[in-house]
Design a protein around this ligand. Structure first.
Ligand SMILES: Cc1cc2nc3c(=O)[nH]c(=O)nc-3n(C[C@H](O)[C@H](O)[C@H](O)COP(=O)(O)OP(=O)(O)OC[C@H]3O[C@@H](n4cnc5c(N)ncnc54)[C@H](O)[C@@H]3O)c2cc1C
Length: 187
């Protein structure tokens, strides 16, 4: 649905391939794709996710992948806490180890780390691996929790598509663990 809307504005969407090379061709700057296709470009924008900068923590002797913390967001050095994009935490739904990279998770972690630094004993339950709210080509989209489903894991999935609206709800053991809303995001 989003792709159709984007393409209707005249933008060409190409997926399922890699960028092999960005360089100067005979007609200007060129981007060469793994399909062999060559695109002319004045500007290239690259979005490749979040990689924590853990050098300072590693040098200080703190355990890292992302910065490793316990359930109180305390690092391996007592009274030293970490929060936000730099922390390796657990997906609240699947338990999978993740670096979250979203503002919502970072601020929640910051609040809890702050409380605990001030003597509190608040536990951090984990982050949503996926938590996005955006508008693409005038279509509002919200995605949270488990929406790309691993096969045969026993999730119950309910979907509905009506006109320009798509809704997908994912349940695990009668609890909502993921939602994808396109077009109409109320409720
Ligand atoms: C272009 C862009 C768009 C985004 N859009 C969204 C969005 O729509 N929704 C959403 O939820 N999230 C979004 N994010 C992610 C969001 O900005 C981050 O999750 C959030 O800022 C993380 O906060 P943080 O405090 O953990 O890290 P940061 O905001 O990265 O703060 C870390 C700070 O530490 C400083 N620092 C690093 N190393 C050192 C050092 N050695 N000594 C001293 N200071 C140091 C840095 O300069 C920086 O100021 C976006 C991010 C980007 C880049």
């Amino acid at each position: 649905m989003v792709r159709q809307q984007v393409e209707a504005t005249g933008v060409c969407v190409i997926t399922g391939c890699d960028v092999m090379e960005i360089g100067r061709g005979s007609e200007g700057e060129e981007v060469v794709l793994s399909t062999g296709q060559t695109l002319l470009a004045h500007l290239v924008v690259i979005g490749k996710g979040v990689v924590p900068n853990v050098e300072l923590a590693r040098d200080a002797g703190i355990g890292v992948g992302g910065i490793l913390v316990d359930k109180y967001l305390q690092t391996s050095i007592p009274d030293t806490y970490a929060a936000g994009d730099v922390v390796e935490t657990a997906d609240i739904v699947t338990g999978e180890s993740i670096v979250s990279g979203t503002w919502t998770n970072a601020t929640e972690m910051g609040r809890i780390a702050g409380e605990n630094m001030a003597g509190g004993v608040t536990e951090y339950e984990g982050a949503f691996k996926r938590l996005n709210a955006l508008e693409v080509a005038c279509i509002p989209v919200i995605a949270g929790g488990v929406v790309d489903l691993p096969p045969d894991k026993g999730y119950q999935v309910y979907t509905s598509r009506r006109g320009d609206t798509y809704r997908k709800l994912v349940l695990w053991d009668h609890a909502l663990v993921g939602a994808l809303l396109v077009g109409e995001i109320e409720g």
